[in-house]
Design a binder for this molecule. Structure first.
Ligand code: GTP
Ligand code: MG
Length: 367
């Protein structure tokens, strides 16, 4: 059924064990769950129509081990990996996606808008740790979406990411995902001590939070591209519903510096981002990316800073939030979203990570 709860996608035994009772109930309440193969592990790559033992071997040799891997592949890459035409690679990918649809692991191609609305209501959201930021995001960061935080140095991007890892581990009824996090650190700024501090100051168990975060320190753009290529496997291995990439652009920006290399950089960013979008949708995860700012000299009025990465990044992000420092406080502004109002809010960074301002907390209570 297209309107099944999004949490159904991960009916992995261990995953459900780490999730809340509420989530388990949701999974168990589906009448049709016994009659359809909803467990990802039950699907074999050879269940995909048109894939026999020979193609399956080629796929496995090319690192495509599961139906999910195939469903998120790009036809260009796959055709190279299995030495086939682009058309047959695309046909395999479409067949894998169709199999996931038939197994209720992926949404139907067409659903009526009322069903789509019900489905959106049941999307999981994870709190940022700040009520004000959650309100700006209409409930927190969403699954099946890329949420981008951009802003200048010290604006709080990495602090939000650290706080999100802590919150994502909290059970669903506490506003989390009840899951692990994959943290891709391209700037060398991930600090487990900070996670420990944020968890402890929120009265949570730091050691279980720390165990739930899989950190990957990435050194160059090719390494990042490789990690993204294999991300599906890591998402399953680490039972993650949140993937953080802090930052998405720094390595590509540093390595492709000259004007002559810009097109190549944008092309590589584009390939990576498209893969991330497919992963977010097919694995039903939330992706948070951070981005830097650049000055825009052609701006005559207003703020001359804009997000780096150009249109490629702008189009890929589902939600874009611009962070600015204003003294001790931070301002977060919703810049781009398919449904959020264009609004802003204030938050701060404390030992609890991303946090509400004292006065904001009290004034909002009166509203
Ligand atoms: P770049 O990665 O340099 O682009 O910046 P960023 O936006 O990621 O900055 P980040 O999130 O790391 O924010 C750094 C700021 O957070 C510092 O300047 C501090 O104001 C604040 N901060 C960091 N750690 C702590 C802490 O332990 N306690 C408090 N109260 N504030 C902190
Ligand atoms: Mg940072």
């Amino acid at each position: 059924m297209a309107d099944k709860k999004s949490s159904d996608r991960f009916k992995d035994e261990d995953m459900t064990a780490s999730m809340s009772n509420e989530d388990l109930e949701i999974s168990n309440n589906n009448a049709d769950s016994k009659t359809i193969p909803t467990i990802i592990d039950d699907l074999d790559i050879q269940d995909v129509p048109g894939i026999g033992p020979t193609t399956a071997k080629k796929l496995r040799d090319g690192g495509i081990l599961t139906v999910m891997d195939l469903a998120v592949a790009s036809s260009e890459e796959l055709s190279v990996e299995i030495n086939s035409s682009k058309e047959s690679a695309a046909a395999f990918i479409i067949a894998a996606q169709q199999l996931l649809r038939d197994s209720n692991l992926l949404d139907k191609e067409f659903v009526t808008a009322d069903v789509a609305l019900e489905k959106r209501k049941s999307l999981l959201r994870c709190t940022t740790g700040s009520k004000a930021l959650d309100k700006l995001l209409l409930g927190g960061i969403e699954t099946q979406a890329i949420t981008e935080f951009y802003g200048e140095f010290g604006s709080g991007k990495s602090q939000i990411c650290h706080t999100l890892c802590v919150m994502a581990h909290q059970p669903v009824e506490m506003g989390g995902f009840g899951s692990g996090t994959i943290y891709i650190d391209t700037e060398g700024t991930f600090r487990p001590e900070r996670v420990d501090q944020i968890a402890a100051s929120r009265g949570l168990d730091p050691s279980s939070v720390l165990k739930s975060i899989a950190v990957c320190k990435v050194y160059n753009s090719s390494h990042l591209e490789l990690i993204i290529k294999d991300l599906g496997k890591y998402i399953t291995d680490y039972k993650s519903r949140l993937v953080v990439i802090d930052s998405i652009i720094s390595l590509h920006r540093a390595e492709f510096a000259g004007r002559g290399t810009l097109a190549d950089r944008q092309q590589r960013l584009n390939t990576m981002l498209h893969k991330i979008i497919r992963l977010a949708e097919i694995y039903n995860i939330s992706v948070v990316i951070t981005n830097q700012v650049q000055s825009s000299p052609d701006t005559f009025f207003g703020d001359p800073t804009k997000a780096a990465g150009g249109n490629v990044l702008g189009h890929a992000s589902t939600y874009r939030i611009y962070l600015r420092k204003s003294g001790e406080n931070r301002t977060a502004k919703m810049i781009d979203s398919p449904y959020h109002p264009y609004s802003d809010t204030k938050f701060t960074v404390t030992e609890k990570g991303a946090d509400d301002l004292e006065e904001e907390t009290s004034s909002k209570r009166g509203k």
